[in-house]
Design a protein around this ligand. Sequence first.
Ligand SMILES: C[S@@+](CC[C@H](N)C(=O)[O-])C[C@H]1O[C@@H](n2cnc3c(N)ncnc32)[C@H](O)[C@@H]1O
Length: 353
Amino acid sequence: MIKNGLSRQKTEAGTLSQPNYSGVGQKTRDLIDASKKDDTKVYLLQREKYQDIYLWKGDRILFYKDKMKIINGSLVTAELVKNIWLDMNYQGIAKEGNVVFPKSKKPESQIRRILQMSTNKNDLVLDSFLGSGTTSAVAHKMNRRWIGVELGDHCYTHCIPRLKQVCDGTDQGGISKKVNWQGGGGFKFYELAPSLLKKDKYDNWVIDECYNADMLAASMSKHEGFKYYPNPEIYWKQGQSTEKDYIFTTTQFVTADLIDTIHDEMKDDESLLICCKSFQKVCETKYPNITVKKIPNMLLGRCEFGKKDYSLNIIDMPGDEDAPEFVPVGPPKENIKKQKKVKKKDKNQPELF
Ligand SMILES: C[S@@+](CC[C@H](N)C(=O)[O-])C[C@H]1O[C@@H](n2cnc3c(N)ncnc32)[C@H](O)[C@@H]1O
């Protein structure tokens, strides 16, 4: 192994290394020559900015203590990490996360090192190429929040089962033992909606037929900056941007009569945006507190549509947004006992999200 210009060799005397004669200064060369001629002494070269060099029979003596560092309060053997991490072992990771993902899976210990270097607890970790779910699994075990994106079917066959096992504490592989992972937390799972608009055979933008009325209303609220929260009693109050500003999306042809009916129900200080496929011209100017706009015109130019692969288009469907989509059943009894013991031991351990 070549390291810092020294080649290494083990002898009965301990670890010695052969200095790179042509790569060192004249003082060191003189000392190497002198020590080669006299094996009764250990020669010492004291250096101001660098470590002292001890030479015996022309070889440098390496001291184990130079490899020791205090990390997290303990004295351990350690070396500064450099650009190439040869100490990360890919062998034996096939079973990590209890999912098989040949040739693509990364070791949990590698992701842990990256997250240790670049994030703190509760930070948000994004992996938009999730694969078998390693990044999210490790981020979760390290008490980071995370977003994982995956377009392949292994989202269902790998990522979800793996992350469920992380949450319920049954994933005891990878870094689990190192971080004393006992389970906890949960995650929400979303499928991306299809593109809202697509082109028909006449090259006109139309709303994709797979959007039902609720999806369309939710989507328009999102696009227009309203919170989608349909009022169960008043049909045109589908979402709000402020306390008195509402949005109503409809696929009906909007007539002056419809606008009149809605306006009668509105309080003086309320305003409304109506998004529709088509409307009577008069509706545009009928009431100052009612704005009528045509989908898709109002969306064109603001987003990319009709692509298989485009930026995130997450639609929050109505409901309690704080409720996790996946609620873990919790760790098995055996782990709960362990968890309680751990809590007693370490009261400062932060709550999992
Ligand atoms: C090399 S794998 C990642 C492996 C992962 N680090 C692990 O340890 O399992 C890359 C993944 O990115 C996914 N992918 C490729 N293009 C994508 C895209 N545009 N959006 C989401 N996922 C994508 C692939 O399906 C594949 O599963």
